[in-house]
Write a protein that binds this ligand. Structure first.
Ligand code: 16G
Ligand code: MG
Length: 576
């Protein structure tokens, strides 16, 4: 390790003193102008990780659904997975080391992680369309080269495409060709094979409107369009030619505001979907004939996919085990439908793709989706081999089903949740089953739910267990939640510190029978007192203004009224 060269180059990417950042759920994320030193250092770290694993490591420059001014970076491990937790700690230490300590911290990491410094290193880099991304990815490259690593810069890529490239490279091309054409060819071939014999071929089934969040998804879908045009016609909106990245559009906006993105022309009953800024999430939606908006989120995507897979398995007569993995944010109706109607096993993990991904690896077929639309399906090696063998051996309908499964395996990006790949799987299923978007939506009815952000002095005061569904500290909080939820049918509520923002998230859902109309009434009686107390205590934040507008609109149910009161109590607790 040439420490002098490292010191010299590092000075060109100097860390603002005192700045502390954390490698969070999806890497580092903050304002782009604070990230130059982090990028350089992640280039260094990627080289160490590559030497240690004797594999290609990925570095993705993106801040996903965050505003355009932000940026971020995450490392991709050898099989296209998220960085191992022990290395997340190394990443945080390295990013926060003051300038003069940095070379020592780098050495410490290589000693602790038993890195053989003589080993070769190879790093692949991708970036999204943010104005800051190009320069920041150059800083990553500086870090890689100063430590003697080789690299390949893919330039503009969706996050899941970079995960795919890493996976391909570390399996000697067995998973696919590590080029953008290789990705398009693999997915489009599987999609065309799957859908070519489908009975439904009308326009209704073969056309889709896609909101690309003014991000990288637009560029990549446009490149891919002609590979799939025989099977599906996509109309792109928010393609980046006019609007701002993630501004009033994209999967995160649609999911959290429960309304259509701006810039999308929607007619009733048309099937539409939104990607997020780096195209690793997808949600669907439509307007009904009365102009009401219907969101089809990750839970319903998981349900559609698992029921399709289960039918195919029944057809071929194989009892491969399917597990569906969700987080606490999964709507209770989806979990009930999966368990009680479809009879599949459902598991809950902590928020963050890495947790779901690891759990899903335990099954022959692991389906994982977060409600926000991030997910994919993993097939174990044994299941894949078995399916391939059956596709050769079986006859007639059974063989057809096995072949379909074979193509489904190829169509899913098994390295990471991928909006383009998920979109093609969903479209194929709808075509094959002749399902309209309304019929898909009608599988079950979501329980009404709300998710709120609460700004608190220190979010770490809240700790949780049971996949974030139960609060451990502060004492008494879980009891308060229990008291609250036991009053309402099918109700559930939980509180957890966010892994990506300095806030606490509160989630609640309850049976639709809980009255929505009595909100204002309640407000004028007992709740008003708490409310005013809260305001007087100086809680003039975002949450209050949202609450006030909801109350004025009369949208709050009994349960949510209680939750708002509960949050106020929470806030007071923290501000004491
Ligand atoms: C990140 C996570 C996502 C999670 C979201 C909210 C990845 C690739 N992405 O976008 O899974 O749902 O953050 O997390 O892991 P939070 O509620 O902890 O802020
Ligand atoms: Mg994303």
């Amino acid at each position: 390790m040439d420490l002098d060269a490292i010191r010299e180059y590092s000075a060109l990417h100097a860390k603002p003193s005192g700045l502390v950042l954390q490698y969070g759920t999806a890497g580092f994320r903050t304002k782009a102008e604070h990230l130059d030193h982090v990028m350089f250092r992640m280039g260094l770290l990627a080289v160490l990780r590559s030497k240690q694993t004797k594999s290609t490591i990925g570095v993705m420059v993106t801040a996903s659904h965050n505003p355009e001014e932000d940026n971020g970076v995450k490392l991709v491990d050898p099989l296209g997975e998220m960085l191992a937790p022990s290395w997340e700690e190394h990443a945080t230490c390295l990013a926060n080391a003051e300038e003069h300590e940095m070379p020592r911290v780098l050495m410490d990491i290589s000693v602790k992680a038993a890195v053989n410094l003589h080993q070769d290193a190879f790093v692949v880099i991708g970036r999204d369309t943010r104005p800051s991304s190009e320069k920041l990815s150059q800083s990553v490259i500086d870090g890689v080269t100063v430590l003697g690593g080789q690299f390949h810069d893919y330039g503009l890529l969706t996050t899941p495409q970079l995960h795919y490239m890493v996976y391909c490279r570390n399996t000697s091309g067995q998973y696919g060709k590590a080029t953008i054409e290789g990705y398009y060819e693999k997915l489009s071939k599987a999609f065309m094979e799957l859908t070519k014999q489908a009975f439904c071929s009308g326009d209704e089934y073969r056309s889709l409107k896609v909101d690309c969040a003014n991000g990288i998804g637009a560029l990549k879908l446009r490149e891919m369009e002609h590979y799939i045009s025989q099977g599906l016609s996509v109309q792109l909106f928010n393609d980046g030619t006019k609007g701002k990245l993630n501004h009033l559009c994209g999967a995160d906006f649609v999911k959290s505001h429960q309304k259509p993105p701006q810039g999308m022309e929607m007619k009733s009953n048309e099937r539409c979907c939104s990607f997020d800024g780096d195209a690793d999430r997808i949600v669907y939606y439509y307007l009904d004939v009365d102009g009401h908006f219907h969101l089809i989120d990750g839970d319903k995507i998981a349900t559609l996919i698992s029921s399709f897979l289960k039918e195919l398995l029944l057809e071929i007569g194989e009892s491969l085990n399917i597990g569906v993995v969700q987080t606490a944010y999964a709507n209770g109706s989806s979990t009930r439908y999966l368990e009680e109607v479809m009879k599949v096993s459902v598991y809950c993990t902590k928020t963050g793709v890495k947790h779901l991904h690891h759990k899903a690896q335990e099954f022959d077929i692991g389906v994982y989706f977060e409600a926000n639309g991030h997910g994919t399906v993993l097939f174990s090696k044994a299941a894949e081999t078995k399916i391939k063998q059956l596709a050769k051996e079986l006859e007639d309908k059974k063989r057809e089903a096995a072949k379909m499964l074979e193509n489904v395996i190829d169509l899913f990006n098994q390295a990471a949740g991928d909006a383009i790949s998920d979109m093609l799987v969903i479209e194929a299923i709808l075509i094959l089953k002749g399902l309209t978007v309304q019929q898909w939506d009608a599988l079950y009815t979501d329980l009404p739910n709300r998710q709120l952000k609460v700004k608190v002095a220190d979010r770490q005061v809240i700790s949780t267990t049971d996949a974030e569904r139960q609060v451990v500290t502060p004492p008494g909080l879980q009891e308060a939640i229990n008291d609250l939820v036991k009053k309402y049918k099918l109700s559930r509520a939980f509180v957890r510190p966010s892994g990506t923002e300095d806030i606490v998230r509160v989630y609640a859902e309850a049976d639709s029978q809980v009255s929505w109309g009595s909100a204002i009434e309640k407000m004028c009686s007992e709740s008003l007192t708490t409310w005013v107390v809260g305001l007087v205590a100086g809680e003039k934040n975002y949450f209050n203004s949202v609450a006030v507008s909801l109350i004025i609109k009369g949208l709050m149910s009994d349960l949510f009224m209680q939750i708002f009161r509960f949050i106020l109590i929470l806030q007071n607790y923290f501000h004491q």
